[in-house]
Design a protein around this ligand. Structure first.
Ligand code: SF4
Ligand code: SF4
Length: 188
């Protein structure tokens, strides 16, 4: 196997002392500070056009209606247009979730249920929002388009247990998603 030796670049005396870099960094910070004093900070135009001015006065002002369409916030479960749980508890999202924030207990669907042919739905589904890093892998991997990152960005709680979203909470945030996956229902 060929070995490639990568030569480390030689540092100049100035780089070795690193004061130059610190000074450069401070100059950039100062430049931004002065610019913002005169309303010319980075992103000022976007904020000004949103009617918020330079600094958003949170919580009086909120991003809600200013969020871009592609914003990915709290993950949640969705039902379909017939109010069926889209999730078939395949556990792919639980497997892929990098910080192991998802915990699913699969449950069988009764044979006399309207959706018996689906076979499974989650008996319990929890997402620990203290662990979640909003990466969106669960959304990407889901074969049923049952889990989505919603535009909710205020996920707070006064205890650890409050930060664990159970199935009811996840459907409350997610709501209904119309269209897309139809493979299990009569429209197949
Ligand atoms: S967004 Fe990422 S971290 Fe959060 S539950 Fe989904 S896969 Fe896990
Ligand atoms: S949300 Fe999607 S990936 Fe996760 S268990 Fe349900 S069907 Fe599978």
């Amino acid at each position: 196997m060929a070995t490639i030796k990568v030569k480390r670049p030689d540092l100049s005396t100035g780089e070795k002392i690193y004061f130059g870099s610190i000074f450069k960094g401070m100059l950039i910070t100062l430049r931004h500070a002065f610019k913002s004093l005169f309303g010319k900070s980075v992103g000022a135009d976007a904020l000004a056009s949103s009617g918020m001015g330079i600094t958003m006065q949170y919580p009086e002002q909120k991003w809600d209606e200013h969020l871009p369409e592609y914003y990915r916030g709290t993950p949640a479960l969705v039902t379909d247009e017939q109010q069926r749980e889209r999730c078939v508890s395949c556990q792919l999202c639980e497997f892929i979730c990098p910080p192991k924030a998802i915990k699913i207990t699969p449950g069988e669907i009764d044979s006399d249920d309207e959706w018996a042919k689906v076979e499974k739905r989650p008996k319990a589904f929890e997402i620990d929002m203290i662990r979640c890093i909003y990466c969106g892998m669960c959304e990407e991997v889901c074969p049923e388009q049952a889990i989505y990152l919603r535009p909710d960005y205020i996920t707070v709680g006064t205890s650890r247990s409050e930060m664990v979203h159970d199935k009811d909470r996840l459907y409350e945030i997610g709501g209904t998603r119309v269209g897309l996956v139809n493979k299990w229902n009569d429209l197949k």
